[in-house]
Ligand binder design. Sequence first.
Ligand code: MN3
Length: 281
Amino acid sequence: MSDAKTTPDASRRDFLRHGGLALAGTAFAGIAMAQQERSNIAVGHGASAASGAATGAAAHKHLMQKMVPGATDDQGHYVLPPLPYGYDALEPHIDAQTMRLHHDKHHQGYVDGLIKAEEKLQEAMNTGDYSLVEYWTNEASFNGAGHFLHCIFWDSMGPNGGGGPSGALSEAMRRDFGSEMNGLKLFAHASASVEGSGWGILGYQIAANKLVVLQARNHQLLSQWAIIPLLCVDVWEHAYYLKYQNKRKDYIDAFMNVVNWDSVGQRYNLLMGKEGAAQGM
Ligand code: MN3
């Protein structure tokens, strides 16, 4: 009696899972190395380390530019990234006035809030007065999650968007959701049904090596942790109310018409070690 039956499908699945794990391992080793190198810059370990550090810093910058585009400047300070297209580029799906207010005012507010929270936490360490640490770590979570998700959000859209995923991401969606359509529908329904303000997120869960769909409430609540967002849609009213009022589902349908799947797919490829990593390192 055979204790294991190997079908062609099972082999392929195993290959994809194990192959994927190995590749992801490579990408994360790259991230860890880049971070290590970056910390070498900070402590200044002489010429040889400094030369390695320069390479590592460039690699780190390349990774972050794709995973959380424009979140920091060259010095690592949080900044509001410029929109990668004009305010009116997503018309008629998302109107220019909404984009202008959303990007220039709302997103800027999260950047400012994150910077302030980190200053206050530094102040607590400097003075030894930790009495407000609960407040300021909460502020860092709220504003930090807001800043990073908005960076990914802008980059997830474009004037020539729409359609669906291709390449490795498409393959992963079929593997993890049964079909691309299943994954897209789950994403749209999860996004539409967020209670109050929040986000719909398609992400890659490091711990399980698979794609997951989650909601975020506000920016920072309901996370599974260990998830890397690939595509996210802002469902705060400030993202759609001027044009869509209370019709959030219509806004999400419109959003799907402006998704820049090339950009979303690049994030997935980078995590899988298939693209970008070699080019930038
Ligand atoms: Mn927003």
